[in-house]
Design a protein around this ligand. Structure first.
Ligand SMILES: [Zn+2]
Length: 118
């Protein structure tokens, strides 16, 4: 219980469903490592998301779990999909905000350079 408090933004990650399927520990080099409770594979660094990709069987730079039950795998896939959706939404909101600020800026420019035409 002498671990430092995690940053507030990662509190949500701590209740992530993937935590029920892996254990976190510190390696000999002091870096965090995550062990899959189903097949026992250990990943150093990368965070909970890496374990989640392993459990979901996402193809890429990580091996998929061969021992995780199908329903859990499905759960992880759905979870990753939802996170992707949220990211997309945030990006759209950002784009909208940018458009608004550009409009304001244009108004300002027109106002300050409204010299009469000669
Ligand atoms: Zn595994």
């Amino acid at each position: 219980m002498d671990q430092p408090t995690v940053l507030s933004h990662s509190v949500r990650e701590k209740i992530d469903i993937a935590w029920g399927h892996c254990s976190e520990s510190k390696g000999s080099d002091g870096k965090k490592q995550y062990r899959c409770l189903h097949c026992g594979v250990v990943y150093k660094g990368g965070g909970i998301n890496r374990i989640k990709q392993h459990l979901a069987g996402i193809r890429g730079n990580i091996a998929s779990c061969k021992k995780v039950p199908h329903d859990i795998r499905h759960q992880m896939q759905e979870n990753l999909r939802e996170i992707g959706k949220k990211k997309q939404q945030t990006q759209e909101e950002l784009e909208q905000n940018t458009t608004v600020s550009i409009d304001e800026h244009m108004d300002e420019e027109i106002g300050s350079s409204s010299l009469p035409k000669s």
